[in-house]
Write a protein that binds this ligand. Structure first.
Ligand code: IDP
Ligand code: MG
Length: 154
């Protein structure tokens, strides 16, 4: 079963949208296996956004992501990485289609509410950036059998 790393970014927390965003993930059928609130430091930002550190927009991204608390979430489900990218929508909220989180709640390219890993490899790396193994909780829910068929639950 696939896992992905999600952040509710500082704008989502400041705008009191954390519950709304979490509800979207739960409603989809994803299982929450890790969650914590934290403040992203400059060092953590550079580890998370390693691929962007040398880009011209990185100083603004760093300023934004360190500007207030975030909530980090690990969600699990079939194709969780792609499913969460779909729920979240494209980077720029002004262009993101309605029905996506960025399309419904934002109109900014930078303040786009949520991060979601963009590949299985990135998810693995990013989960390790934010969580120690013992902070992730594996468990079964009685609903699991009604969320997807047994042959899809892998
Ligand atoms: P993604 O979050 O949709 O995967 P990325 O291109 O990986 O988008 O960029 C990481 C984050 O950096 C974005 O979510 C956004 O907050 C910020 N960002 C991306 N492009 C720009 C830009 O051109 N100016 C300012 N911030 C940007
Ligand atoms: Mg990205």
């Amino acid at each position: 079963m696939e896992r992905t790393l999600i952040l509710f970014k500082p704008d989502a927390i400041q705008r009191r949208l954390a519950g709304t965003l979490l509800t979207r993930l739960e409603n989809k059928g994803l299982k929450l296996v890790g969650m914590k609130m934290l403040r992203v430091t400059k060092e953590l930002s550079a580890r998370h956004y390693a691929e962007h550190v040398s880009k011209p927009f990185y100083p603004l991204l760093e300023e934004f992501i360190t500007s207030g608390p975030v909530i980090a979430v690990v969600a699990e489900g079939p194709q969780a990485v792609a499913v969460v990218r779909g729920i979240m929508g494209p980077t720029n909220g002004a262009q993101a289609p309605p029905g996506t989180i960025r399309g419904d709640f934002g109109l900014s390219r930078q303040m786009n509410l949520m991060h979601g890993s963009d590949s299985v490899e990135a998810a693995k790396r990013e989960i390790e950036v934010y969580f120690r193994p013992e902070e992730l909780v594996g468990y079964e829910t009685t609903l699991s059998g009604w969320v997807c068929a047994a042959d899809e639950a892998k």
